[in-house]
Ligand binder design. Structure first.
Ligand SMILES: NC(=O)c1ccc[n+]([C@@H]2O[C@H](COP(=O)([O-])OP(=O)(O)OC[C@H]3O[C@@H](n4cnc5c(N)ncnc54)[C@H](OP(=O)(O)O)[C@@H]3O)[C@@H](O)[C@H]2O)c1
Length: 287
């Protein structure tokens, strides 16, 4: 039987994407690992066993996506993992913050999926394995916390896109699912705290000042939950299983925090949720 076509993983430089790419490589599957810097390509090559090929891929740039796929005949799967966090109060975030968030997390996944679909259909002819798109969502795609509006909205959107895609492509034998981790120990937390502080520093004081105390609390909570998060290798194994299983769950929460949050918030009336969340953020940062 012909070898299964390669699986493309976006955002493979660090965190969940890197863990997923290396897990697939260890399992003997061919992987195209999307990175933006040569040093990240080098580091992946050094850790992989030889099934992994780094490819330069910026999900916000159409020409970069086309170059990464140029000459490829088939794909055996796709992991839309590349992501950033834009956090901040709705009142103090101008449209460019929302645009940056959606450009990577939503439109990035849409651009890459659009470009890959013809190759994924071809992948069905090779190796007899399931061919699936795994989108990396988040429990924030089920539960929205204050100051996480842009990020949460991007992950809700990704969930909707996943559902639409699955319904459309399943008649042809393709599949699309979403994985929804809670906190994971990756550099995303450090990156987002720094970028969030910069954005807030640039916002008009009359808009931003009333939220500063709550945002400081958010920063502390993000640092704590990031440090207590699950290992990205665990998420990488979950994604590898989703890519190889004959049948996969359509939505997979990862981590006890994600399951608890989704379960509790899924059952509470919204005003009660709000009260709980406000307590978490000390009544909106007033104290
Ligand atoms: N960490 C968590 O707690 C957590 C929880 C739930 C879901 N997630 C999701 O998991 C995914 C991976 O995040 P992570 O936690 O592993 O963080 P990470 O280590 O910061 O990884 C993010 C990856 O996305 C890449 N990326 C960012 N912008 C890109 C662009 N324009 N084009 C291509 N790649 C780009 C980064 O590449 P560079 O190194 O080049 O910037 C990096 O490889 C994200 O979708 C995130 O929302 C994370």
């Amino acid at each position: 039987m012909q070898r299964r076509a390669p699986i493309l993983v976006t955002g493979a430089s660090t965190g969940i994407g890197r863990s997923t790419a290396l897990e697939l490589d260890r399992r003997g599957l061919a992987v195209l690992a999307g990175v933006r810097r040569e040093e990240d390509a080098e580091s992946l090559r050094a850790s992989a066993t030889g099934n992994l090929e780094p490819v330069t891929l910026d999900v916000t740039k159409q020409e970069s996506i086309e170059a990464a796929l140029s000459g490829r005949e088939a794909l055996g799967g796709l992991v839309n993992n590349a992501g950033i966090v834009v956090a901040g109060p709705v009142e103090a975030l101008e449209a460019d913050g929302w645009e940056a968030q959606f450009d990577v997390n939503v439109l990035g996944a849409v651009r890459v999926t659009y470009a890959c679909l013809p190759l994924l259909h071809e992948g069905l002819r090779v190796g007899g394995a399931p061919v699936r798109v795994v989108n990396v969502g988040s429990v924030s795609g089920r539960v929205t916390l204050p100051f996480m509006g842009p990020y949460s909205a991007s992950k809700f959107a990704l969930g909707a896109i996943t559902d639409a895609l699955r319904a459309e492509v399943s008649p042809f034998g393709l599949d699309a699912v979403i994985v929804e981790p809670g906190a994971v120990r990756t550099p995303i937390w450090d990156k987002s705290i720094g970028a969030g502080e910069e954005r807030l520093a640039g916002a008009p004081a009359d808009r931003a000042d009333r939220y500063r105390a709550a945002l400081e609390e958010l920063g502390r909570q993000a640092a704590r939950s990031g440090a207590a998060g699950v290992d990205p290798d665990h998420v990488g194994r979950v994604i590898a299983r989703l890519l190889t299983a004959r049948r996969a769950r359509t939505r997979t929460l990862v981590g006890r925090d994600a399951r608890a949050l989704a379960w509790v918030f899924g059952r509470l009336p919204r005003r009660l949720r709000d009260r709980l969340v406000r307590r978490l953020f000390r009544e909106g940062g007033g104290s």
